[in-house]
Design a protein around this ligand. Structure first.
Ligand code: GUN
Ligand code: ZN
Length: 443
């Protein structure tokens, strides 16, 4: 679609890193296909908040009247895409001593019941969205709670910040405590009302949000499947095959299903807008089915390590043809930082004898995640026409990583060391739709 050109209003100077394609697994060369590094360039932003172009600082000077933001010597990337995170779970970060099912019952469910109070949900959501921005994340697929007001708070809070979110009221009508269950009828009414008021409004998209198979009756899954069928523009988000006890429980609850994934497939919930978190304990047939449906897995490495869930086989996913995005899964995950999660993802692969390059990891956190969420035309790269959702990072934040940066012998080594050592303390600023929405306070 051709848009009339909006005037250029802002220019940002930094080292620009983004991806023009999908880097090959294991290619850690500086010239890997799909990697685009443009040191010391101006990124130009138009009045609609979109990227207007890129120019080398050596040969270009923004015209007078264009607002300049000089981040010379810093790294500018597209804002991160966190494809799976829970807005109410900040209070359960770093909860000691359990695997998934006990972690849910002992910590997470009790904590989420507090979101029945709409004011508390709204305040906590505002805090959560600001925290995403303070970690360099500009787009997220979010689970709030079962309470309708928690989804309202998410969409309203994201709208006031100009952020893109995918989310929806969590569906759960069994195996959860009082105050945290809905019914098929109420869940359907609330979901339809939220869809009508928020889906496609501004930068919001609605996701039918099945918590996981154990907390929805077959009737509730069928209801979600009917809504999905009625509107293929809706997303679907859930958890799958995260933990071995969970997988055994699902087999007991759904004895007729071939596998955990098949429970969702049988209900009509697998399609190109389906985001399935974890996917550790899938078999080859599941992976083939995921690939055929166009659905993808949100890989949650700090969560998988912290909860002792298992090691995600990224290579098998790649070979089967389904996509992998990167996610924090806070509060099972231990950090909202996708850099911390990228570093953990490297370790998860290393434990399986594989090598995750900085290119594959950072692609998954930006362009790859955007494409997996069917948003590649809008976000995830520094291509002209994309929304200017950006994060500006320091290459180092202390003497140790500064020294490591000085010693780096090439681009991949430099970026890999940065990815592995950096976190939110390296973040200088976050921009959303062409506006600065977070700036680190001076120390
Ligand atoms: N499975 C069902 N609910 C959850 C949740 O809140 N976090 C994680 N990590 N897994 C889940
Ligand atoms: Zn989760």
């Amino acid at each position: 679609m051709n848009r009339p050109a909006a005037p250029m209003v802002r220019a940002l100077r930094a080292d620009l890193l983004d991806f023009t394609g999908t880097p090959a697994w294991g290619d850690a060369t500086d010239t890997a296909a799909g990697v685009r590094f443009r040191p010391d360039h101006w990124l130009l932003i138009d009045a609609d908040g979109r990227i207007a172009g890129v120019q080398a600082a050596a040969t270009f000077d923004p015209a007078p009247g264009i607002e300049r933001h000089d981040h010379r010597g810093r790294l500018l990337m597209p804002g991160f895409v966190d494809s799976h995170v829970h807005s109410p779970q900040v209070p359960v970060l770093a909860s000691y001593g359990t695997e998934l099912l006990d972690w849910l019952n002992n910590y997470t469910f009790p904590s989420e019941t507090a979101w029945a109070d709409a004011e508390h949900a709204t305040r906590s959501t505002e805090h959560f969205l600001d925290a995403l921005l303070a970690h360099g994340t500009t787009t997220a697929a979010v689970f709030p709670t079962v309470h309708k007001a928690s989804a309202e708070a998410l969409f309203a809070g994201a709208t006031s910040r100009g952020m893109r979110v995918i989310g929806g009221k969590v569906l759960m009508d069994r195996h959860a405590p009082d105050g945290l269950r809905d019914t098929v009828e109420q869940a359907e009414r609330d979901s339809i009302d939220l869809i009508q008021r928020w889906h496609g409004r501004g930068r919001n998209s609605y996701a039918l949000t099945v918590r996981f198979a154990p907390t929805s009756t077959p009737e509730q899954l069928a209801m979600a499947g009917a809504l999905a069928k009625a509107d293929p523009t809706l997303y679907l988000q859930t958890h799958v095959a995260e933990n071995r006890d969970e997988v055994r429980w699902v087999a007991e609850l759904f004895p007729q299903a071939r596998s955990y994934l098949a429970v969702y497939d049988d209900a009509g919930l697998l399609h190109p807008r389906s985001v399935l978190a974890h996917g550790i304990w899938l078999d080859a047939e599941d992976r083939a089915r995921l690939a055929a449906s166009g659905a993808h897995v949100a890989h949650c490495p700090t969560s998988n390590l912290f909860l002792g869930s298992g090691l995600y086989d990224w290579r098998a996913a790649l070979n089967s043809g389904h996509a992998t995005s990167l996610a924090s899964d806070v509060g099972g995950g231990t950090s909202l930082s996708l850099l911390r999660n990228a570093a953990a993802a490297y370790s998860v692969q290393a434990l399986q004898g594989q090598r995750l390059t900085a290119w594959v990891a950072l692609h998954a956190a930006t362009r790859g995640g955007a494409e997996a969420l069917q948003l590649g035309h809008e976000i995830g790269t520094l291509e002209p026409g994309r929304m200017a959702d950006l994060a500006i990072w320091d290459w180092s934040a202390g003497p140790l990583d500064a020294e490591r940066q000085r010693m780096a012998r090439g681009l991949h080594e430099r970026v890999f060391a940065w990815m592995t050592l950096a976190d939110e303390r390296h973040l200088a600023a976050t921009w959303v739709a062409g506006q600065e929405r977070y700036r680190r306070s001076p120390t």
